[in-house]
Design a protein around this ligand. Structure first.
Ligand code: SAH
Length: 380
């Protein structure tokens, strides 16, 4: 069943040998092991077609003797590029575009960036696709700001793939494992793509976080909003809100949404997203979520519901302490790491909250990642 020639070197698909039904069972067991002591773990929500779900695809470039410029993934834990043209997880069109970028780079005689010496130009390519809209963004990440024969390069790429809607040049001249650098310039199109989710349109900029699996994201958000049991009267917080997706999907069912997010570009997207969807009862703030919650608590704000969707590292004591001061009736915790979720549930259930139920959602088939949405309610 495993047709992937690089699965061993890549290490990205821990469950590639396992039928999908087995994967779901394994994740269910893992989630239960970590989380059961806090409350009921419902049956994991899986995918009907679990392949090629990743709408964000990244490849690194390198020069290899005998092969010339190659594109692919880093061998697990190294900076050695393993050539890859197709991947079971990645959007198929995105993979085709990456192959075309590499071929064009060859014919334009562009040099691949060398991670060891810092010489060379072409470093990474990132392709992001709007699942529902079909819009496609290509980000070329260069080690220095000048792309020779820029116009021709773009023309050729768009001729091969007329479905590309925007191309961005990003400059990353630092010795870092981060893909994107600070400076960027729009070479073609609007500089962002849009996608549709839960009946709303969302603008996504190159550096903004957006869930990689759109099909499962809708299921995840529906569950989160169902858990929040909104009546239309609530003030809700969307903490770690990214481009505002959860808050904007919930907005018509509450009085007011307050979103907070650290990444400036994402907050800008969130503000635009409220506007393009004609949603007026939402405010977004750029801040550390913990610090922001402390400010709300100090201002004596009345908060009814908190959606929180922190990164893998989970939330912070600062955030949760402020949450305890704000005392929302319900907390909907969305987590991409059951270990930090368990840690944070330990903190909250030792104090004012109890877990009513949890539902894992399989956002990352073939990998061992587990996403969970968890409903907590305040003790009476
Ligand atoms: N809820 C969004 C984003 C979830 S990902 C969605 O579903 O798309 C987690 C987000 O938390 C990212 O956008 C990241 O930029 C943001 N983030 C990370 N650390 C943060 C912090 N300390 N304060 C606020 N936001 C933070």
């Amino acid at each position: 069943m495993n047709n992937c020639p690089v699965s061993k070197k890549c290490g990205g698909c821990q469950y590639i040998e396992m039928p999908y039904g087995e994967q779901l069972k394994k994740k269910q067991r893992a989630a239960e092991q970590l989380l059961k002591k806090y409350g009921k773990v419902n049956r994991i929500i899986g995918m009907e077609h679990p392949e090629h779900y990743r709408n964000k695809v990244h490849a690194a470039f390198a020069f290899q003797k005998g092969k010339g410029i190659v594109s692919g993934i880093y061998r697990e834990g190294t900076h050695h590029v393993v050539p890859v043209d197709e991947c079971l997880l990645e959007d198929t069109k995105a993979d085709e575009i990456i192959v075309s970028v590499r071929k064009l780079a060859k014919s334009f005689k562009l040099k691949a960036y060398d991670e060891d010496t810092g010489y060379g130009l072409l470093r990474h390519v990132l392709v992001r696709t709007g699942h529902a809209t079909g819009q496609i963004m290509v980000v070329l990440v260069l080690g220095s700001p000048i792309l020779p024969s820029k116009k021709n390069f773009i023309n050729e790429l768009c001729k091969l793939h007329p479905e590309i809607t925007t191309i961005i040049l990003n400059v990353n001249n630092k010795r870092t494992s981060m893909v994107l650098g600070e400076k960027q310039q729009v070479l073609y199109g609007k500089g962002y793509i849009e996608d549709r989710l839960c009946g709303r349109t969302f603008r996504i900029s190159p550096k903004s976080f957006y869930q990689v699996n759109a099909v499962q994201t809708e299921k995840l958000y529906h569950k989160a909003i169902e858990y929040a049991a909104l009546s239309g009267k609530e003030t809700a917080i969307d903490a770690y809100c990214g481009i505002g997706t959860i808050g904007l999907a919930a907005a018509e069912r509450v009085k007011k949404v307050i979103g907070v997010e650290l990444n400036r570009e994402a907050v800008k997207d969130a503000v635009v997203n409220a506007k393009i969807n004609g949603i007026k009862n939402v405010d977004f703030y750029q801040n550390d979520a913990g610090r922001f919650m402390v400010q709300l608590a100090e201002a004596g704000e009345k908060i009814d519901v908190v959606f929180m969707d922190p990164p893998r590292s989970g939330s912070t004591e600062e955030f949760m302490e402020a949450l305890l001061r704000l005392q929302p009736e319900r907390v909907v915790y969305i987590s991409c790491n059951p270990e930090t979720l368990a840690r944070d549930l330990g903190y909250l259930t030792a104090r004012m909250y109890r877990v009513l139920e949890m539902t894992p959602v399989d956002m990352f088939p073939f990998t061992d990642d587990i996403e969970t949405v968890c409903l907590l309610s305040r003790h009476k």
